[in-house]
Design a protein around this ligand. Structure first.
Ligand code: MLT
Length: 201
């Protein structure tokens, strides 16, 4: 197992839920904690730093151009993250793990769900798009919330619709909503994510 620089913050109230925070391009393991705390301040928080630094900023996998991914690197990085998540689940005795990923972090979150469904109990993908997809994966009843911006210049509508369809085809329980905004996050994202998470039991 290859280690990741990461934060782990244990719940103050003994919540069973841990949020796995996956930052966007140029983010890091500390900056994403603000978003996790805004969505559920009672949960434990786990946040690794992406290891792909070819562009001089942190990402979770290499891209060839904006929205054009190096699929070989994506698959290898997803596998590596999956092994680390397995280690973290044991080390921190995590019972229930929901990923919350923004942009590049959302892309590796859904990739991880398709590649190693057992590593996550649910995913919130904010401004994500299609990355690694396997419609033959068994995602039966995995809850997934996708929040997209209708004027997002980075994520084509058809692309994220295709991702939602692939998740549904694999059996996931998907809620996909379009917000009147671009690639950046809004208070509405936080509110919808809070409400959705509260319903997951
Ligand atoms: C980004 O800027 O992070 C992209 O939109 C998504 C990605 O490269 O994974």
């Amino acid at each position: 197992m290859i280690q990741f620089v990461h934060n782990y913050v244990r719940s103050q109230i003994g919540s069973e839920l841990t949020l796995l925070g996956l930052h966007g391009t140029g983010g890091d393991e500390s900056e994403i904690l603000g978003l996790l705390g805004a969505i559920d301040s009672g949960a434990s928080m786990l946040s690794p730093r992406g290891k792909s630094t070819e562009e001089g900023v942190n990402r979770f996998f290499r891209r060839l151009a904006e929205g054009v991914f190096d699929m070989e690197d994506l698959e290898a990085r997803t596998q590596e993250l999956g092994e680390w998540v397995e280690w973290a689940r044991k080390t921190y005795t995590i019972k229930k793990l929901f990923a919350i990923g923004y942009s590049n972090g959302a892309n590796i979150a859904t990739s991880l769900l398709f590649m190693r469904p057992e590593s996550l109990d649910g995913v919130i993908g904010l401004r994500g798009m299609t990355a690694y997809v396997d419609e033959a994966a068994n995602l039966r009843n995995k809850p997934v919330l996708l929040l997209s911006g209708d004027t997002d210049p980075i994520v084509p509508h058809g692309d994220v619709k295709g991702l939602a369809e692939a998740l549904v085809a694999a059996g996931a329980n998907v809620q996909h909503e379009w917000l009147t905004t671009g690639h950046g996050l809004t208070q509405q994202d936080v509110q919808i994510a809070q409400e959705w998470l509260a319903k997951q039991g």
